[in-house]
Structure formats: C-alpha cells, structure tokens
Design a binder for this molecule. Structure first.
Ligand code: FEO
Length: 390
C-alpha cells in the first residue's frame, strides 16, 4: 500500500473500498474511496482520514512517505465517520498532532464521536501555515452536515473539498485525466442527487464562496480528483444547484398484476406525445438511489401503486420517503394506481407527493382491477390535456 503523488509534496493516502455496495441506503454499485491527503511541508499535515476499518491501509500509505508519528497537523473537514473514523487511531500514533476542524459544529461533532482529542475550531477565512504552504478554511455548512468545511491550500491552489464534488467510485486511477470520465460524471451526479440535493441553497452559497478563488486541483473525499475537468464539474454542480430540468418525466411504480404497469405505459405515451422523454422505473427492479439520480432533473414525476391491504405497496412507500427527504427540484406530479377493492393507494401517493416543490398536474387516477383499453386511452388523453394546460 503506497501513497500516490498528486503534486510536489502532496500525496493521496486514502483507501479504496472496492466492495462497498450500500452507503446508508444509497446503492454504491461502483464501491467508493475514502480520500485522505498528506502534505509534506515544514509541517506535515494529514487532511481528513478514512473509515475506521481502513485505518491500516491509510497508515501504510502514510508510512510510505513519512513516519506517521511525525504528523503535526490533522485537518478534519467533516466529522462523518467515513472521514473521521480513523482519527482516534492516527492521533494515537501522531500524539503531538493538533486537530483542526470547523469552529462550533466540527468541534461539537468530533467531541460527540470520539471525546476530547484536543480540537482547534477554525472560523471562516482563518488560515494555518504549513511552511511554504497555507491552508485557508471555508465553512460549507449543510453541504451536507452542519460541520462541513473545505480547505484551500495555496500557493498550490488545491481545494480539499471533502464530500463536495465527490463520487462513490472505486478505481485505481486517482485523477480525472486517467479515469473513465463518463463513469465519474455518472457517479458524481448520483452522489449529488443522493447526498447533497436537499441542500441546494447552501451548495449554491458554497459555490459562490469558491467562485473568486483560483483552484487548480479539487481533491474530494470520495472518488477521483479533478484536475483537467474542473470547469465541467463546476458547471454540472451549478446546473444541479439551479434545479435545471432536462425534459424528462420519471414514471415510478410497482405493480401486482400489471394493471398499474399498464397505467404507467399510458402515461408514458402521453409524455411522448407531448415531446417529453419518459423514463420508467419499476421499483421491483430499480433501486431508490438510481431513480433519485434520474428524477433529480426531471420536469415531471408520476408515481403509481396498486392498493395492498388498504395501503400503497411498501416499495412505493419506501421510494416516497426517500424522495421526500431528497427532492430539491420543482416538479409537477401524477399519482396513479389500480385496485381490487378499497383503492386507497393513489390518494395516499398524491398526499405523499404534495410539497412546496411538487405540485399536482391532475387529480389522482385510479382504476379497479384490469383497466380496459378504453380506460387507458382515456388516461393518456387526460394526461395530454393536463400537459397542454387544458
Ligand atoms: Fe462522505 Fe458526509 O461523508
């Protein structure tokens, strides 16, 4: 396990989690990395650590460059355990190291997790000299925890951005110039949708705070490092923060005997007829975290469930809970579903979707048992009329 050199005196000393498939409910089909960085200057600094089970991997990478006991400075940009889990371990080795974190929330969160390891809280704009280099701390609260901050290192102009601009993407390549770039963008979008999306306003403020800074390298805490494609990832973040729509309609459903599925296809036909790009997601096969990634930029969301025991299906309830917590974009919605008796589910879906960001396109639609071709055609025409505003 060796460190990977990023720039003169700057090394990646993190860990690759090839097998991660679930990150608190988010399906991480490409694994992840926990990125920690080592800066060797007059002082030796470790920027963030790794998830606790990977502490020996981090230690071995650090030891390939310097004696870990000689670390002078540990910066904790974020207290979530995937970045702070190895903090007590490394502090136990680098006993004289001072730990710097965000004033207030950073000190509070690290103290809650690990007790008093001796934290120095850094406020916005405060700096720390490492010798030839200086770290400047910029709080980015709620991107995506209250304690988040980023650290800009000059004169290298390296931004240690922690979760921002990250991706759950395990690879042996560390840089955007050498990795599968298309995959990095897919995973960056999925990461934003599943982690950062509800905090668009705060992320927008963070982007504004970074706008005037010269940044040559972005070192996030997950995935690949941005060097050649910084304008591209910044532009993508701006479009996500601004809630730009992409002309799609996410049609999300589960089905028992294909009746709700037939309704989904009638709605699909209506969107197609009106020039939108419908995308269908049967929740029996599609994971919430993938659906959220696509639904983030959709103009419309249609959610359908049969009625099961007087309720919507659990898969749909799960999706709606996830969607409610994450959705950051304005959308119009359709609630629909089939039933044998009872028929509560479409109204339940309708109520679950209503929010300041989600407005109904039309009343909830429900059909008993197996909808006829005529009923499905009528549904298609109703949706078309609603889309036309008639
Ligand atoms: Fe990657 Fe918020 O932790």
């Amino acid at each position: 396990m060796k460190a990977m050199r990023i720039a003169e005196g700057v090394y990646w000393v993190g860990a690759i989690d090839w097998n991660l498939r679930n990150f608190h409910g988010y399906e991480t089909e490409k694994g992840s990395t926990y990125n920690a960085y080592l800066v060797v200057d007059e002082k030796i600094a470790l920027i963030d650590t790794v998830k606790e089970p990977f502490k020996e991997e981090m230690l071995a990478r650090i030891a390939s460059v310097v004696d870990p006991a000689k670390i002078d400075v540990i910066v904790s940009n974020h207290a979530e355990p995937d970045h702070s889990g190895a903090l007590p371990f490394i502090k136990g080795i680098a006993k004289d190291a001072k730990i710097y974190t965000a004033a207030g929330a950073g000190v509070k969160d690290l103290s809650a997790y690990y007790g008093d390891l001796g934290y120095t809280g850094m406020k916005a704009g405060e700096t720390l000299s490492l010798g030839k280099r200086t770290l400047t701390f910029v709080p980015t609260p709620m991107v995506h925890w209250p304690d988040n901050m980023v650290s800009l290192m000059t004169p290298d102009n390296i931004l240690f951005s922690n979760d921002a601009f990250g991706q759950h993407y395990a690879s042996d390549e560390r840089l955007d110039s050498e990795c599968d770039l298309a995959e990095a963008y897919i995973q960056a979008r999925k990461y934003y949708a599943n982690i950062v999306q509800p905090y668009g306003m705060q992320t927008g403020k963070a982007l504004e705070a970074l706008a005037g800074l010269k940044i040559d390298t972005i070192c996030p805490s997950h995935g690949i490092i941005w060097t050649e494609h910084i304008p591209d990832i910044l532009a993508l973040y701006r479009s996500w923060v601004q809630g730009e729509h992409d002309g799609t309609a996410a049609i999300v459903y589960d089905t028992m005997w294909h009746s709700t599925e037939a309704m989904a296809h009638a709605i699909e036909n209506a969107f197609l007829a009106q020039g939108y790009k419908p995308r269908l997601y049967n929740l029996h096969y599609c994971h919430n975290s993938d659906v959220i990634a696509d639904a983030m930029s959709a103009d419309f969301i249609a959610v359908g469930s049969p009625t099961l025991n007087n309720n919507m299906m659990p898969s749909v309830a799960s999706f709606l809970t996830y969607f409610k917590g994450l959705n950051g974009n304005k959308k119009k919605f359709i609630a629909f579903g089939s039933y044998g008796w009872g028929g509560q589910s479409p109204d339940q879906v309708f109520e679950a979707l209503k929010s300041p960001k989600c407005e109904p396109l039309m009343p909830a639609v429900k059909f008993a048992y197996k909808p006829s071709d005529g009923q499905l055609k009528a549904l298609e025409e109703d949706v078309i009329r609603a889309l036309k505003g008639e």
